[in-house]
Design a protein around this ligand. Structure first.
Ligand code: PSU
Ligand code: MN
Length: 301
């Protein structure tokens, strides 16, 4: 058996040239945003990576293979399909073995990026410790992945639907550097602030790249979480988004939504309750993360 990796032509070329590469996830396309904004956003994010001097590699599972970079037709098929599996570390091998179609979460994208030798990955927000985790035990596998796979993940913090203090505690326990970019506060996805101080702060992409290298040199497994605040012009203030989050959380628990369905359900309801404003903010922050990830990747070639 050989590793079932398929490189898109643009990515294959970048690899032979030693160009900077940025991995992008696909769950945000299939489970994080509605069609057609999901496909439009995925393409815009790829274009943003290119405009900042790196080559994008959107990762997904199709036909029993890990696709590192998607063609236009593949991106379209993924964005329209309604029965794409949401894949984390636990589901990846089974989906590949049975020839299914799957979107990769942060955890699964990190695994695939590392297999392809890609060191930097841009997304929206990582999964974390859910509110009520003391009863549900719902802690995203993304946190455990960051502890063991050496990829630097650029996100706008963790979504405010989560329990952010508990998420920071688990990140600390797992030995994951949490680096706020350009500010002291840990950002909360739709909002620049969370009221919580980030453990680390860096203001330059080259420092983040150097820290990534240093971890490798020290033989430390795992990656880094770069928490990049949403641009000020695009943020939704916490006073506006917090009540919406509370309402969506209340509905999710009343309907018994659990496990993998929780994050997609909440994002969908928050989109409806904000009449699309949450999606506009989500798109802006992913583009912002793509720019920073490209800059970090250029310092890692
Ligand atoms: N952030 C977003 N949109 C998303 C996700 C994160 O802005 O759709 C996805 C990511 O793929 C992340 C996953 O890895 O949600 C976390 O899911 P869970 O909470 O079930 O681990
Ligand atoms: Mn979960």
């Amino acid at each position: 058996m050989t590793l079932p990796l398929t490189y898109a032509p643009e990515v294959a070329k970048a690899r032979t040239q030693g160009a900077a590469l940025v991995a992008l996830e696909s769950t945000i396309i299939t489970h994080g945003m509605p069609f057609p904004q999901n496909v439009e956003t995925a393409r815009a994010v790829e274009a943003e990576v290119r405009a900042h001097g790196a080559v994008p590699a959107t990762i997904a599972i199709m036909g029993g293979r890990i696709h590192i970079g998607l063609t236009d037709a593949e991106m379209d098929a993924l964005g329209k399909s309604r029965d794409v599996a949401k894949l984390s570390r636990a589901d990846l091998a089974a989906c590949l073995a049975t020839g299914g179609i799957g979107a990769t979460t942060v955890a699964a994208t990190m695994i695939c990026a590392h297999l392809a030798g890609i060191k930097v990955f841009a997304t929206g927000g990582i999964g974390g410790v859910h509110r009520g985790a003391e009863d549900s035990f719902d802690i995203s596998a993304d946190l455990i992945e960051l502890a063991q796979t050496p990829v630097t993940v650029v996100a706008a913090g963790a979504k405010a639907i989560l329990d952010l203090p508990k998420t920071l505690e688990v990140l600390e326990t797992q030995g994951i550097p949490v680096i706020a970019f350009g500010q002291d506060e840990f950002p909360a996805f739709w909002s620049r602030g969370s009221g919580l101080r980030a453990p680390l702060r860096m203001d330059r992409a080259e420092d983040i790249a150097a820290a990534h290298r240093m971890r490798g040199l020290l033989g430390l497994p795992g990656g880094q979480l770069v928490a990049n605040p949403i641009p000020a012009t695009d943020e939704i203030p916490r006073a506006v988004i917090d009540p919406v989050i509370e309402a969506a959380l209340g509905e999710a628990s009343a309907q018994g939504i659990a496990a993998k369905a929780v994050t997609p359900y909440l994002l969908g309801r928050i989109f409806e309750l904000t009449e699309g404003r949450s999606l506009a903010a989500n798109i802006a922050l992913v583009l912002n993360n793509a720019r920073l990830a490209a800059a970090i990747a250029r310092h890692l070639v």
